[in-house]
Design a protein around this ligand. Sequence first.
Ligand code: SAM
Length: 257
Amino acid sequence: MKVDDFQQFMVKVKNKSGIDLSQYKENQMKRRLTSLRDRRGFTCFESYFASMEKDQALFDEFLERMTINVTQFFRNMPQWSILEKELPKLLAGKTRIKAWSAACSTGEEPYSLAMLLMNMPSLQGIDIVATDLDENALRKAREASYTVESMKELPASYKTKYFHKESTHYKLAQEVKNNVTFKRHNLLSDPYERDVDLIICRNVMIYFTEETKKEIYQRFADALRPGGLLFVGNTEQIFQPKEFGLQLKRSFFYTKE
Ligand SMILES: C[S@@+](CC[C@H](N)C(=O)[O-])C[C@H]1O[C@@H](n2cnc3c(N)ncnc32)[C@H](O)[C@@H]1O
C-alpha cells in the first residue's frame, strides 16, 4: 500500500462530491473506512475509489458509512426538558420562531422540536430549517415513517397525538411535517442561515478536527440573532465560548451575546 493512499483518496472524494474528509478526525474516519473497504475486498483506497467511480451503490455505501446517521426523537431527554424551559424566555415578545436543525439526519431532531413548539400557544409561526449532508437521510426525513427504535424517548402523549401506526412503522402527522423544511447542506462548505433564533447542532461536531469545530462555532454564532440560542450535543461543550461571542447559559446551551 502506498504511504499517501488515504490522502489521495481524500482528494478524489473531495473532487467528486465536495466532501472534505480532511476536516474530520483522521484516525476515526480512516479506521471506519478501512474496515468497509476491506469488507468489500479492496486492499488499497486507490482501487476502492476506482470501483466507486463505476459503481454508484458502492459510493452510496461509502457515504452512508462516513456520515453515521444514528439519531432518535428527543435524544437525551433531560436536555430537551431544559430547552422546553428556556423557550418562553427565548421567544419573549415574539410570535414566530426561526430555527435550524443542522446535521438533522433522518428528521427525528427537527420533528421533536416541532412538536415541542406546537405546544406553545403564543407561537403563530414555526419555521424550522433542517439540513444534512446525506441525501438518503433527508429522503427518510421527508417520508417521516419511523420504527419504535427511534421512539424510545418520545413522550407517550406525542406518540398518541401525532403518530399513526402502519404495519411495522409509525407515520408522523402532516401538521408536524408542515413546520419543517429539509435541505441538503454541507456544514463545511455551504452558506449558513441568518437571523436564527435557535440552532440545534448535536452529535456531529465530535467527528470534526479542532480547527474545523472552531470555524463552525464561529459561523453558528454569526448565524444567530443577538440573544439567540445554540443547543449542542451531550459530549460537545464549547471550551471558550467567548471566543465566538457566545455565553454559556446552561450545560449544552449557549446564547449569542
Ligand atoms: C449522528 S447524526 C446526528 C443526528 C442528530 N443531530 C442527533 O443528534 O441525533 C450525524 C449527522 O451528521 C451529518 N453530517 C456529517 N458531516 C456533515 C457535514 N459536513 N455537513 C452536514 N451534515 C453532516 C451526517 O450525515 C449525519 O446525519
